[in-house]
Design a binder for this molecule. Structure first.
Ligand code: NDP
Length: 246
């Protein structure tokens, strides 16, 4: 298997950690960003203890200059980015009639504009080299909408339009571009939801449980494979049957 350079944004989070681990185990050289150095160093140690070496660089993906510097730092240390997983994300939930402008803009900047900020500095290199994998971690709620998440659902739905356009533009350059739409996965993001709301969500999932971060990482690894070269412009739903159909 070819060892590639992989940049996973938001790698220190629940799903991001599992993606980093899985890509490491496959022999890829993995990097992520951080905003809080002390927290990131402690995370890096925990990953090392699990046998996974992840290079970490400062970077706020919602800020174009910071994202570009982060990509430059990754490429200077590890080489050109060949696999990009746009995974960093936040929620600022509230019903739209109560939503403040900062709650809207924070979510759009972090979850959608970040995709421009990080992909733009890597895409030309991928085109020149004739190989690349770009994966967006969207959400079930970008497909079906969610009460209290007009900002989040708008950003996550926007990722799909980005994916299918970028996939068309780059299909002739050995680059695949895909989206993964996870359902509810047991990470800090979902554990922050009040318990009674979480119980209702679980009751609605046909498999009767939340997803595991490793189950999302498995799909990333599938799309990254050399054999996945004909899978582009697609969306992969991973949600325990919570949302089916088109
Ligand atoms: P976590 O909250 O566990 O992790 C989020 C990660 O994103 C953290 O590493 C965080 O870093 C990073 N991050 C947030 N804002 C920024 C920023 N401005 N710049 C750089 N990094 C940032 O979330 P999950 O692991 O649960 O979610 C990962 C992705 O999966 C998100 O895009 C989320 O929307 C999506 N998703 C999650 C689902 C779930 O059920 N958990 C369901 C569907 C989609 P820091 O520690 O610095 O904040």
């Amino acid at each position: 298997m070819t060892s590639r350079v992989a940049l996973v944004t938001g790698g220190t989070g629940g799903i991001g950690s599992a993606i980093c681990q899985r890509l490491c185990e496959q022999g890829h050289r993995v990097a992520t960003n951080y905003r809080d150095e002390a927290k990131a160093l402690a995370w890096q140690e925990r990953m090392r203890a699990r046998g996974c070496e992840v290079a970490i660089f400062p970077g706020d993906v919602s800020d174009p200059a910071s994202a570009e510097q982060m990509v430059q730092a990754v490429e200077a240390a590890l080489g050109p980015v060949e696999i990009l997983v746009n995974n960093a994300g936040i929620t600022r939930d509230t019903t739209f009639h109560r939503m403040r402008a900062d709650q809207w803009h924070d979510v759009i900047n972090t979850n959608l504009n970040s995709v421009f900020n990080v992909t733009r500095p890597v895409i030309e290199g991928m085109r020149r080299r004739g190989w690349g994998r770009v994966i967006q971690i969207s959400s079930i709620n970008g497909l079906k909408g969610q009460y209290g998440q007009a900002n989040y659902a708008a950003a996550k739905a926007g990722m799909h339009g980005f994916t299918i356009s970028l996939a068309r533009e780059n299909a002739g350059f050995g680059i695949t571009v895909n989206t993964i739409s996870p359902g509810y996965v047991a990470t800090d993001m979902v554990m922050a939801v009040p318990e009674e709301v979480r119980a209702k969500i679980i009751a609605d999932i046909p498999t009767g449980r939340l997803g595991k971060p490793e189950e999302i990482a498995y799909a990333v690894n599938f799309l990254v494979a050399e054999e996945a070269a004909w899978i582009t412009g697609s969306n992969l739903d991973i949600n325990g049957g919570h949302h089916m159909g088109w």
